[in-house]
Design a protein around this ligand. Structure first.
Ligand code: SF4
Length: 346
């Protein structure tokens, strides 16, 4: 359908009020930056969800990385955006300033090459992400074993989206979901059908360009208003019903599901991925995280579950800024608070 017609439908929608969640942080960023978010009828409320992997990482995970980085002979390596995420007392960047051995990589392959050159140093890689990133980490684990590297372990905080969406549905107050497009490339659109049927909600897989966002939101609005449940794939150029079977089989070869702690959602059964079988020996102590001690006044947990918007946090743009983040949602380029502040939009 023509882009202007789609935009007009969303701008002039006057049906029952709808609360729709975009689960994925990349969608949050695209919706703000494209201006699509700003053109919606006031009867449509878009809620940012828990789909930014950095944002949902609990403080206990950062604390564990910090403790490892302070251990003599151990170097912690991470993607750069994790460094500024506050732990319960200090971020990785703060710990590095105090002398802990922390560095970042652009790709995990770099870390393996470094470990090969420095056999006397123990490396711990921060493996954070969702279904999209898990196949990369599966390849890393396989690479560690096949190259015989005895000085590399992974501290995993890998999570899966359907289990988190199940928890959100249980809490209520959401009329439908814009499902994460990148995740769906791996899982397939059908991964969301059990949830759609269990909770009787519309779930629409969408892409990231303005045209694709408009198409997905129109579909979601129309089905939610009619009270329809089901899965619709509005990103068919990249998302198949069954997803990427090769990637999924790599993940299940290396990881198994288990309970995981999410910032905002608490413990979610079956939502974590942990090294299994021969790969379990590479684990640096990923299971059993129990504490998420948000800094005083931080409302990230409520932002991540759509209970409030970023601007509802009293620290937003005052005590909490991209230069001095108090919560994780102000750190990542996919964090709702950071995007909201930088774009200056509601
Ligand atoms: S403004 Fe900062 S402290 Fe408040 S919810 Fe957002 S990230 Fe957390």
């Amino acid at each position: 359908m023509d882009k202007r017609l789609l935009a007009d439908y969303l701008r002039t929608y006057h049906g029952r009020p709808l609360r729709l969640m975009e689960v994925c942080g990349t969608h949050t960023a695209a919706l703000y930056r494209s201006g699509v978010r700003g053109l919606l009828s006031e009867k449509i409320t878009l809620l940012a969800g828990p789909g930014c992997p950095v944002c949902v990482t609990p403080t206990a995970y950062i604390d564990k990385l910090v403790a490892l980085a302070r251990t003599p002979g151990v170097r912690v390596l991470s993607f750069g955006d994790m460094l500024a995420v506050p732990g319960s007392t200090v971020s990785l960047a703060g710990a590095r300033a105090e002398g802990a051995d922390v560095d970042f990589f652009y790709a995990p392959e770099q870390a393996l090459a470094l470990a090969e050159r420095m056999p006397d140093t123990q490396f711990v890689l921060a493996a954070v992400g969702f279904e999209t990133t898990a196949p990369v980490w599966a390849a890393v684990a396989e690479g560690i074993l096949s190259r015989g590297l005895s000085n590399v372990r992974l501290l995993t905080a890998l999570k899966t989206m359907p289990a988190a969406m199940d928890a959100l549905c249980g809490a209520g107050g959401i009329d439908g979901f814009l499902c994460p497009g990148h995740v769906a490339v791996v899982t397939g659109a059908e991964a969301f059908r059990p949830l759609a049927e269990k909770w009787k909600k519309p779930m629409v897989v969408g892409g990231f360009t303005p045209e694709l966002l408009l198409a997905a939101l129109c579909r979601l609005t129309r089905e939610a208003e009619r009270g329809n449940a089901g899965v619709w794939n509005e990103y068919p150029a990249f998302v198949r019903a069954a997803g990427n079977e090769k990637a999924r089989s790599a993940v299940s070869r290396v990881f198994e599901a288990g309970e995981a702690l999410w910032r905002g959602l608490g413990q979610v059964p079956g939502s974590g991925l942990y090294l299994r079988g021969p790969y379990a020996a590479l684990d640096a102590g990923s299971r059993g995280l129990s504490a998420d001690r948000a800094p005083e006044g931080c409302r990230c947990g409520q932002v991540l579950t759509g209970a409030i918007g970023p601007r509802d946090c009293p620290l937003f743009g005052k005590a909490c800024t991209p230069e001095h983040p108090v919560g994780a949602c102000m750190v990542s380029g996919e964090g709702a608070c950071r995007i909201c502040l930088i774009t200056g939009k509601e």
